[in-house]
Ligand binder design. Structure first.
Ligand SMILES: [Zn+2]
Length: 158
C-alpha cells in the first residue's frame, strides 16, 4: 500500500474510535515501515476486523494490522468475500441521509430576501442499515429515517 492508503486507514480508524490525530510524522513513518508490504486490497478487510473485534484502538496498531493482513492472505486473497455495503433503499446504500435543516434564529426560521427559508446541509446516519459503520463512530452522528427527517421539518436532498 502507499503512504496515502495507510493514512486513509488511520484516519478511518480515528474517525471510528472517536480519536483525533493519534499519529505524528515520525511515528507514522515507523508504523508505515512495518505495514507498507500489505496489499491495498487487504485494507477493507483489516479495517472491518479491527472495528469488529477491538473495543478500543489497539496500542500496537501495526502489529494488529499485520496479524489481520496474514489472516486475509491465508483466506485466499478474496476481498470480495467481505460485505462492503448492504443494499438499502432508505439511504441509497450510502449509509447517510442528507437533508437541509432550516437555520433557526431565536426559535424562528431565517428567510432570505426573496422569502425563502435558509438552511444548511446536514447528514444523519441511516437508521435502517449499517453502511455508515466504516465511516463514523455511532456516537459521532445521530441516526434517522427519511420519515423522521420529514417529521422534523427538514428537506430531504433526493
Ligand atoms: Zn441505509
Amino acid at each position: 500500500m502507499t503512504r496515502s492508503d495507510f493514512k486513509n486507514l488511520l484516519e478511518q480508524l480515528s474517525e471510528y474510535y472517536g480519536i483525533k490525530r493519534f499519529v505524528n510524522g515520525i511515528r507514522f513513518e515507523m508504523w508505515f515501515k512495518f505495514t507498507e508490504d500489505i496489499p491495498q486490497l487487504a485494507l477493507e478487510y483489516i479495517f472491518s476486523k479491527i472495528v469488529e473485534e477491538k473495543d478500543t484502538i489497539p496500542r500496537n496498531l501495526p502489529k494488529v494490522i499485520n496479524e489481520y493482513a496474514r489472516i486475509w492472505k491465508n483466506s485466499n486473497y478474496k476481498p470480495l468475500n467481505i460485505k462492503i455495503s448492504t443494499p438499502c433503499q432508505e439511504c441509497g446504500s450510502t449509509g447517510f441521509i442528507w437533508c437541509i435543516r432550516p437555520t433557526m434564529v431565536e426559535g424562528e426560521r431565517m428567510v432570505d430576501k426573496t422569502g425563502r427559508y435558509l438552511g444548511e446541509e446536514v447528514s444523519f446516519r441511516c437508521a435502517l442499515c449499517e453502511n455508515w459503520v466504516r465511516y463514523v463512530h455511532p456516537k459521532a452522528k445521530p441516526p434517522a429515517t427519511r420519515q423522521q427527517i420529514l417529521e422534523w421539518g427538514y428537506k430531504l436532498l433526493k
